[in-house]
Design a protein around this ligand. Structure first.
Ligand SMILES: Nc1ncnc2c1ncn2[C@@H]1O[C@H](COP(=O)(O)OP(=O)(O)OP(=O)(O)O)[C@@H](O)[C@H]1O
Ligand SMILES: C[C@H](N)[C@H](N)CCCCCC(=O)O
Ligand SMILES: [Mg+2]
Length: 234
């Protein structure tokens, strides 16, 4: 059996907004840095920020000390397409996002792309989604960030089914915030996700975004034990 190619683009999606994609993006960047990779992160559409406000990529920069970039930013804290409409702005096209990610991949071993909300949120004026962006990079791998609690099983399986339907390679699931004292629902959810094919890649502990950057970077590879192997040797 031939081995899957090493991804040069990792796409971080989630079962929803506010599930911890940004902290997982930072943990992926930190894990790649720890294995000696040149890595950057890209957020195609950052909503909910005024000009000059820190967005998700600023948080990745703070935690990981790497350069990052955004495709576009919009003021309204909502989905990109209606947010753009509210301020009469044009969104970058899918081709423009593909070209930006491809250009970043030239100078880096790995580009980590963080979506806005879940997989099928529209990112362009004609309704292209993060799934379409991932599909433009056949060797890319997608991480699905999930919540720990009640409701996550259905949301996670729906996202995985949408990825499978599009033949997009899945690297695994990451729980964005795993509590110190999980309840029985969380424990059984974790067991269920672990049992899936390309199942649970890791969990980020609750409180991780509050760590000092150096401690965050040091701990990240241990939170995502399956990732280094799925990224292959640099
Ligand atoms: N492991 C964690 N421990 C504590 N707080 C967390 C953790 N992960 C995420 N959070 C917090 O939960 C909130 C939502 O997380 P985050 O911003 O990462 O969501 P997201 O999935 O990136 O959302 P978006 O769709 O806006 O990009 C943030 O305030 C973040 O700091
Ligand atoms: C503003 C928010 N934090 C995200 N950046 C955008 C989330 C869009 C979600 C749209 C939806 O699925 O209903
Ligand atoms: Mg985010």
């Amino acid at each position: 059996m031939t081995e899957a190619p090493v991804p040069r683009v990792v796409v971080v999606t989630g079962t929803d907004t506010d599930v911890g994609k940004t902290v997982v993006t930072a943990a992926v960047v930190a894990t790649a840095l720890a294995s000696g990779r040149r890595v950057t992160a890209y957020k195609p559409t950052q909503t909910g920020v005024e000009p000059g406000d820190p967005g998700d990529m600023a948080e990745v920069e703070r935690l990981c000390g790497v350069e990052t970039s955004e495709g576009t930013r919009l003021r309204a804290p909502m989905a990109p397409r209606p947010a753009a409409r509210l301020e009469d702005a044009a969104l970058p096209s899918l081709d423009e996002h593909v070209a930006r990610v491809a250009a970043l991949a030239v100078g880096h071993d790995l580009v980590v792309v963080e979506g806005a909300g879940g997989l099928l949120v529209e990112l362009t004026d004609v309704g292209d989604t993060l799934a379409d962006l991932a599909s433009a990079f056949p060797d890319c791998g997608v991480l699905v960030v999930a919540r720990s609690g009640l409701g996550t099983l259905n949301h996670t399986m729906l996202t995985r089914e949408a990825l499978s339907h599009r033949q997009i390679r899945q690297l695994g699931i990451v729980i964005g915030s795993w509590p110190d004292s999980p309840d029985v629902i969380e424990t059984t959810n974790r067991e269920y996700l672990e049992a899936q094919p390309e199942g649970l890649l890791g969990v980020v502990p609750t409180g991780a975004p509050g760590l000092e950057p150096a401690a965050f970077r040091e701990a990240s590879p241990g939170w995502l034990p399956g990732l280094a192997q799925r990224l292959g040797t640099p």
